[in-house]
Design a protein around this ligand. Structure first.
Ligand SMILES: C[S@@+](CC[C@H](N)C(=O)[O-])C[C@H]1O[C@@H](n2cnc3c(N)ncnc32)[C@H](O)[C@@H]1O
Length: 235
């Protein structure tokens, strides 16, 4: 991730997608405080630091080090998503990308409920997780994924925590057929997507992601290789 974060087509496209979905609802006040929960190297959430200081909570020392070198606006904290050391109503926005799925997190619903506790009234809470329950493949094994989420499941965790849904959608829908086939042919092989195909088939996948982003300006997708929920804590 540290090597791929800046240049891999998926990370570049995901940053653009998250900005498109979140920025219209973001508290842009420089007095704010954002949380990139399990933010890793900052590959998908580092842009939050352009608006306000951003607490980067992660378990991994090296990820925190890389992230703060790349994004000086991060305030790194080594900690556990399952026991977040913050008081109620602390954050102007909360982002959590590809972490609820991790085997370390047996109760993702409890973590989302904690996000709802930590968000200030009116704050946006954005979740993005591996989508498609049937799209399990070797990448999930290598990255210690414990579960994938349907859009409906992610939405339901947010609403059960008292959050209001702004947007719930699938993304990277054009990758679903390829992921399904790879799941079949890569059985028992230890391969991750992060270290391969950095250019995205010479730019083709990035262009498809761009077309999907344009579509997502007007429509929502019922499924995709990712599931996304943008929610808000009631004011
Ligand atoms: C796939 S990476 C995603 C990182 C980042 N959100 C991104 O999109 O690039 C998953 C990250 O979640 C962190 N993580 C997973 N479970 C965690 C937990 N319970 N507490 C703290 N960090 C956790 C890992 O250390 C890792 O950095």
């Amino acid at each position: 991730m540290a090597e791929a974060g800046e240049s891999h087509w998926w990370y570049r496209s995901t940053r653009l997608l998250l900005r498109q979905l979140i920025e219209p609802h973001l508290d842009r006040s420089p007095d704010g405080l954002h949380l990139d929960a399990a933010g890793g190297t900052g590959a998908t959430g580092g842009w939050l630091t352009e608006y306000a200081p951003t607490v980067l909570l992660d378990f991994d020392h090296f990820a925190l080090h890389v992230a703060t070198e790349d994004h000086p606006g991060y305030r790194p904290i080594r900690g556990d998503l399952n026991r977040m050391p913050f008081v109620d109503n602390s954050f102007s926005s909360i982002l959590c990308v590809t972490a609820l799925c991790h085997r370390m997190n047996p109760d993702p619903g409890a973590i989302v409920a904690d996000f709802a506790r930590l968000a200030k009234p009116g704050a946006v809470v954005a979740l993005m997780e591996p989508g498609g329950k049937r799209l399990w493949r070797s990448h999930d094994d290598v990255t210690h994924t414990g579960r994938r989420f349907s859009v409906a499941e992610l939405r339901s965790m947010a609403t059960s925590s008292g959050l209001e849904i702004i947007t719930a959608t699938g993304a990277y829908s054009f990758l679903v057929p390829a992921a399904f086939v790879m799941g079949k042919i890569e059985k028992n092989k230890a391969k991750s997507d992060v270290g391969r195909n950095e250019s995205g088939l010479g730019g083709l996948l990035g262009a498809l992601a761009g077309a999907e982003r344009r579509l997502l300006k007007r429509f929502r997708l019922p499924f995709g290789l990712s599931a996304i929920v943008i929610a808000r804590k009631p004011a």
